[in-house]
Write a protein of this length. Structure first.
Lengths: 416, 236
């Protein structure tokens, strides 16, 4: 416990050296303030990106492929390699998920879960003498609007128009600009089998992702099956879960049951998510560096006070103050600097975040919002406080410990 | 006289202090004497005779290399650093040649610091006790000033008031008049005499001041770290 008299002495030391106290407090305050602002930006962009990743795509995707190639009958019989055959060619098979309708039904029995069968493929969209390769998704429009944020991303037309328009297609804004396509225009869609279908643009979306906006298009599942010449075939089942955080566990369970490769949104975006880790390491390294500099300020002021107050320390000890009291007096000064710096830093951080939030940016690509995505969460203030207090305590501890080891008789004898 | 044996407040048994330098230096050796309650003892001797070293040993600020210091019946060699600090707080008061007041605090705060540290009194009660001591030493009107606003004599009276804060049984003073003019020296001397006679406070003071040494009940004269004479002060 802190003794009141020790607190009084600590505060007296600080208020007696106002200028140095102010500099140390500002060091901590700026450290905390910049941490809050930087963290709000980093966490905000991470949250924004994660939300986009979660909402713009299914949480779990079952694909018509397997993680490991199937074992050839030859090796099932002669697995130890007594017989070796060369030039074995795996049997060609028509790809697709078996009984995809049954599987969709089974998955949707889970409350709050939405599943939709999809057929994907590559096509060429041709208009006005220009060609663009596009990844096409044959979907059920009603399910797709529930699975992803596509409906929110529509800037013209809507997904429902796919159902009411024969040979309708929804394209991205990038493709629309490249080929100068408008809603209502008829574009030629060339399938890998050579089939050419004239399709009508019924909607244009903007996902905020250049790759999607330029390279993806939506058609009805049955239209895709015709284009790809894959009647009654779906090569993916896309699933939306009530809790996206359960995606990895559920994907693993599905893969174990049906053996089809099943990917969670975390697996699909592993690269992105690992980038966040690196970003956070960079963020906390920078903040640590700022706080180390601030700590040196605190260390400096308390070391100076200890040096200047050696005689006062000696007299306090001769009165009967214990080493513990002396250590407490100087540790309290560090804590006071940390706490005051932290509170001011909260104000600085809040001000910086609000200032950043008021700046408008004209960005293209993934971040096409006009304002920076900011996380105004309370926990950043808590982390800033933990940084400030811990660095202040560590910085104060060393001189405080040194003060507690003063031998009063040596000081008093020298001062006499 | 009641005929009762006076209570022994402090007793030393063959106290020796040797500084462990490359060539060991003996500060005091073989000091054995006792001081009873209410006694005013002056310690004199030439420079380097070990007066201050002995005082620091008696005040438990330093530990003897050999021998024992017993205060209020407590063998202080058996106490650890924290216990010694607590013992000093409760039983001893120090007055040094230099006042050593804390410059950040008012006079009243300086006096109340050891009272607050000992605990047991409220903030107001501690301040009342501090004011009482300052008024007793006729500097109550200076209570809210800071040390740098007082004269040397006034500061030394504040230092005495601070030493008396926890009503110690033993006051140890190291050249308390060493920095004072004659007038202020007389005032401080009178205070010590009054404390011993009227309040029964035991006082041991190291001094070079002849008047001060003469005012004491008893004089211990040191030469080369050992007691050369113990009794009434004798001018040499």
């Amino acid at each position: 416990m802190f003794r009141w008299v020790n607190i009084q002495i600590a505060l007296a030391h600080l208020t007696h050296r106002r200028r140095q106290t102010l500099v140390s407090v500002l060091g901590v305050a700026l450290g905390v303030g910049f941490f809050i602002a930087t963290s709000a930006m980093m966490q905000g962009s991470e949250q924004d990106l994660t939300d986009k990743l979660i909402n713009s795509q299914p949480h779990v995707t079952i694909k018509d492929e397997f993680r490991n190639p199937s074992v050839q009958p030859l090796f099932q019989v002669y697995d130890e390699g007594a017989v070796s055959l060369k030039g074995v060619k795996p049997r060609e098979r028509l790809r697709g998920i078996k009984d995809y309708k049954g599987k969709v039904e089974q998955i949707e029995r889970q409350e709050g879960t939405i599943a939709s069968a999809v057929l994907t493929g590559q096509v060429i969209v041709r208009y006005g003498g220009k060609d663009r390769s596009v990844s096409i998704l044959g979907v059920d429009p009603d399910k797709e609007v529930e699975l992803t944020t596509i409906e929110e991303d529509m800037i013209e037309g809507d997904m429902a128009a796919l159902k009411t328009t024969s040979d309708g297609i929804v394209i991205g804004t990038g493709l629309s600009k490249r080929l100068q396509l408008q809603v209502g225009d008829l574009a030629s869609v060339v399938s890998p089998t050579g089939l050419v279908v004239r399709m009508k643009i019924v909607g244009i979306f903007r996902a905020g992702n250049v790759l999607l906006d330029e390279g993806r298009a939506y058609v009805l599942l049955k239209d895709a099956q015709v284009l790809m010449n894959k009647p009654n075939i779906a090569d993916q089942i896309r699933i939306r879960l009530p809790d996206p955080n359960e995606a990895m566990e559920i994907a693993a369970r599905i893969e174990q049951r049906w053996t089809y490769r099943t990917e969670s949104w975390q697996e699909v975006n592993e690269d992105f998510l690992s980038l966040f880790v690196v970003r956070n390491v960079v963020l906390y390294s920078i903040v640590s560096a700022i706080m180390v500099v601030a700590s040196f300020g605190i260390f400096n002021i308390i070391s100076t006070v200890v040096m200047e107050k050696r005689r006062d320390i000696a007299i306090l000890m001769s009165m009967g103050f214990r080493a513990y009291d002396i250590r407490q007096i100087f540790l309290l000064q560090g804590i006071a600097l940390g706490v005051i710096g932290m509170v001011i830093g909260w104000g600085v951080g809040y001000g910086l975040v609000e200032a950043l939030g008021s700046i408008k940016f004209e960005l293209e690509g993934f971040y096409d919002d006009s304002r920076l995505p900011l996380d105004r969460g309370f926990y950043q203030y808590v982390i800033g406080a933990v940084f400030a207090l811990s660095s202040s305590i560590v910085a104060a501890w060393i001189p405080a410990h040194r003060a507690s080891r003063v031998r009063p008789v040596e000081i008093i004898r020298g001062a006499a | 006289m009641s005929g009762e044996t006076p209570r022994v407040v402090l007793e030393t048994e063959n106290v020796t202090r040797i500084l462990p330098l490359t060539v060991p230096v003996t500060l005091v050796h073989g000091i054995s004497f006792s001081v009873t309650a209410g006694e005013f003892v002056s310690i004199t001797g030439p420079s380097g005779s070990g007066k201050s070293s002995l005082l620091y040993l008696l005040g438990l600020l330093d530990a003897p290399t050999k021998g024992r210091v017993i205060v209020e019946g407590q063998d202080t060699s058996l106490l650890d650093r924290d216990e010694l600090a607590q013992f000093r707080l409760a039983h001893l008061g120090f007055v040094f040649q230099f006042h050593f007041l804390l410059p950040e605090f008012t006079i009243l705060d300086n006096v109340t610091i050891p009272i607050k540290r000992l605990g047991g009194l409220s903030e107001k009660a501690a301040k009342d006790r501090g004011m009482e001591l300052l008024e007793d030493l006729e500097i109550g009107d200076q209570a809210l000033k800071h040390p740098d606003q007082l004269s040397g004599g006034q500061r030394q009276r504040v230092a005495i008031a601070r030493a008396l804060g926890n009503a110690p049984t033993l006051i140890l003073a190291d050249e308390p008049t060493g920095n004072l003019d004659t007038k202020n020296s007389d005032i401080v001397c009178d205070i010590f005499v009054r404390l011993a006679k009227e309040q029964g406070t035991t006082i041991i003071a190291v001094t070079h001041d002849v008047e001060f040494a003469e005012a004491a009940d008893r004089n211990v004269h040191l030469v080369d770290g050992a007691i050369a004479r113990d009794g009434p002060y004798q001018r040499t």
